[in-house]
Design a protein around this ligand. Structure first.
Ligand code: SAH
Length: 220
């Protein structure tokens, strides 16, 4: 067991160096978080040998755990600090939520598929994360009772950023990062809210499973 743990840590060091730092992610909080969170805990037994590979992996229910590099880039774009309250739409395996929870004050994460949410909560408990709050709901309407959030991350591909989420974002400075585009290919969009004004910037191309809900794609 110890050996396996040691091997996983080595695998993570290589992952951070070769997949993440080598491609330009610089934020030391992000690099440390990626080093700390055991990604192998979030993939099924059948994928254990690929836990630190440079790719997304299936997690059941037709969904995926994102590629480590993509998790790192999105987290860096959020410019997280230790006082931030973060909203994540698309809990999936729970891996990204733990990366956020390593850096931010509190993470609120929303998932529409009950089985995935339950499994993710088990992982949060098992790993001892006490600053992650999780519900099953349609995340395209956000989490009104807990708003405003300093940062919002959508980890499913959306046609556009739902307006309700922009309203639940804190002013000066609030940041939303989301893959925006078609059902099949998207580009990371970073939206910044300052004194009510919005600025937008695009980052790398990506492929996420679709955001399905009232203000996302329909379930067909
Ligand atoms: N962040 C995840 C990967 C997410 S995959 C991780 O680290 O593993 C995208 C997830 O978004 C899927 O689990 C999918 O069920 C969920 N999803 C899609 N539409 C949603 C919606 N409207 N509200 C909440 N979750 C949604």
């Amino acid at each position: 067991m110890e050996n396996a743990k040691g091997q996983y840590l080595k695998d993570r060091e290589l992952m951070v160096r070769n997949q993440i730092a080598a491609r330009g992610v610089r934020d030391s909080n992000v690099l440390n978080a990626m080093l700390n969170v055991p990604r192998h805990v979030f993939v099924g037994k059948e994928n254990l040998s690929w836990a630190y590979a440079d790719s997304a992996l299936p997690i059941g229910n037709g969904q995926t755990i994102s590629q480590p590099y993509m998790v790192a880039v999105m987290t860096e774009l959020l410019e997280l600090n230790k006082n931030d309250r973060v909203l994540e739409i698309g809990t999936g395996s729970g891996y990204q939520a733990c990366v956020l929870a390593e850096i931010a004050f509190e993470v609120y994460t929303v998932e529409r598929i009950v089985e995935l949410q339950r499994r993710a909560v088990e992982k949060f408990d098992e790993l001892g994360y006490r600053n992650i709050y999780s519900i099953v709901a349609d995340g395209t309407i956000g989490w009104q009772e807990k708003a405003p959030f300093n940062k919002i991350i959508i980890t499913a591909g959306c046609p556009d950023i739902p307006q309700g989420l922009i309203e639940q974002l804190a002013d000066g400075v609030g940041i939303i990062v989301a893959p925006v585009g078609s059902k099949f290919t998207q580009q990371l969009l970073k939206l910044t809210k300052r004194k009510g004004g919005l600025t937008k910037g695009f980052s790398v191309s990506c492929v996420f499973v679709p955001l399905i809900g009232k203000y996302g794609w329909s379930d067909l």
